[in-house]
Design a protein around this ligand. Structure first.
Ligand SMILES: NC(=O)c1ccc[n+]([C@@H]2O[C@H](COP(=O)([O-])OP(=O)(O)OC[C@H]3O[C@@H](n4cnc5c(N)ncnc54)[C@H](O)[C@@H]3O)[C@@H](O)[C@H]2O)c1
Length: 350
């Protein structure tokens, strides 16, 4: 039987509650499939670890993680005890950068039983593929002078390699979905990087002639996410545009507690990291009322990445069936606990 060795970092706050719930669901999914199993190794890294040791993870943390197939992370942050820039840069960003997780993927889907803030949404089901390593968030630039003479320069860096990689990945996943890719551009306003982005999109698109392809300016695209999200399948976007679009995608779904995400090393040279969009929610931590569905859906994305698409779909169906039954945590207007929701998902996954 195939065994996947997964490094687990529950992190802080509700991460410690939702991660074990998702592991229960993933173990049951593996059991259902019968051809593979998970071997979970938990690392206590995060803010408690920082308060004890002065570090978010040990110096050889990255080396340790490289020995695993994938990383399953909850959330990191205890802003009242450790400043966010320390918790974020000492763990999450370090892992994303050093493991070359250059693609960020976030789906957004209208789920039965989960009211969207859109007034009368049609059935939407989209995925944003965000370039995660360069673009507008490249650490390039500087500040000189002070006072009235002060100048700040921020360079956006787009490499052919990074741009192509994100676009090819978007086309590849469109093949497994509804066969359409939208490229988020702004070549009518940004004079060098975005015309380059458009050219690369056309070039890469030639290798995927059967897949529908269109470029849309990011401002219009943002409006269409609200007006007609059902018109999208896969969207490929630069780091900044993708960052904004994925939050919008999460928002039109209805709750941050449900949104999943993956940071992928698509070359599969290093482990990828699967983590929900939400943070450690210190305001509700330890009460057993956190919504585990974001973490469970994140687990579904790990199943997809490992090649178990049908099984992943069964997990998502179980999430949807749970919501449709009205079993919801307080963030979705319900009264169910984390345990109730997890048990319902397990019951639907049979
Ligand atoms: N990937 C990560 O590890 C990550 C992401 C975002 C924020 N953070 C960190 O988390 C800490 C708290 O940040 P924040 O409050 O801005 O964002 P947050 O996502 O933790 O919480 C925002 C609001 O959403 C609610 N919420 C979030 N997830 C929920 C869930 N699963 N079930 C029910 N309600 C949920 C919270 O109770 C809170 O009211 C900070 O330290 C921040 O840096 C970490």
């Amino acid at each position: 039987m195939k065994t996947y060795r997964i490094a687990v970092i529950p992190g802080d706050g509700i991460g410690k509650e939702v991660v074990p719930a998702a592991i229960e669901v993933l173990d049951q999914a593996a059991h259902l499939d019968g051809s593979f199993q998970f071997e979970w190794t938990t690392f206590p890294w995060g803010c408690d670890y920082y308060l004890e040791t002065g570090k978010m993870m040990p110096d050889n943390g990255i080396e340790i993680l490289k020995g695993y197939d994938q990383i399953f992370l909850g959330a990191v942050g205890m802003p009242n005890l450790v400043p966010d820039h320390i918790s974020l840069w000492g763990l999450l960003i370090k892992i994303r950068r050093e493991m070359k997780q250059s693609i960020n993927v976030r789906p957004a889907k209208l789920l039965q039983g989960l009211p969207s803030p859109l007034r009368k949404p049609n059935d939407f089901d989209l995925v944003v593929v965000r370039e995660n390593s360069e673009g507008e968030y490249a650490e390039s630039g500087g500040r000189i002078h002070s006072g009235q003479d002060e100048v700040a320069i921020q360079n956006a860096i787009f490499t052919r390699k990074g741009t192509e990689r994100a676009m090819r990945y978007a086309f590849e996943i469109a093949k497994t979905r509804r066969q359409h890719v939208t490229s988020a551009t702004k070549s009518n306003g940004i004079t060098y990087s975005m015309p380059f982005w458009d050219e690369v999109f056309v070039q890469v698109g030639k290798d995927f002639k059967d897949i529908g392809q269109v470029s849309t300016h990011i401002d219009a695209l943002a409006a269409f996410f609200v007006m007609k999200p059902e018109s999208f399948d896969v969207i490929v976007a630069s780091n900044l545009f993708g960052d904004i679009l994925t939050d919008l995608g999460g928002a039109i779904m209805g709750s941050i507690g449900i949104a999943p995400a993956a940071n992928l090393n698509i070359e599969r040279q290093y482990p990828s990291m699967f983590e929900p969009v939400h943070g450690s929610a210190p305001d509700i931590a330890g009460q057993g009322i956190a919504n585990p569905l974001g973490q469970i859906w994140t687990g579904k994305m790990m199943l997809d990445f490992l090649g178990y698409h049908e099984l992943g779909t069964r997990v998502l169906n179980a999430i949807e069936a749970t919501l449709a039954q009205g079993i919801k945590t307080a963030d979705l207007g319900g009264t169910s606990t984390l345990r109730d929701v997890t048990s319902a998902v397990l019951n639907h996954l049979r």
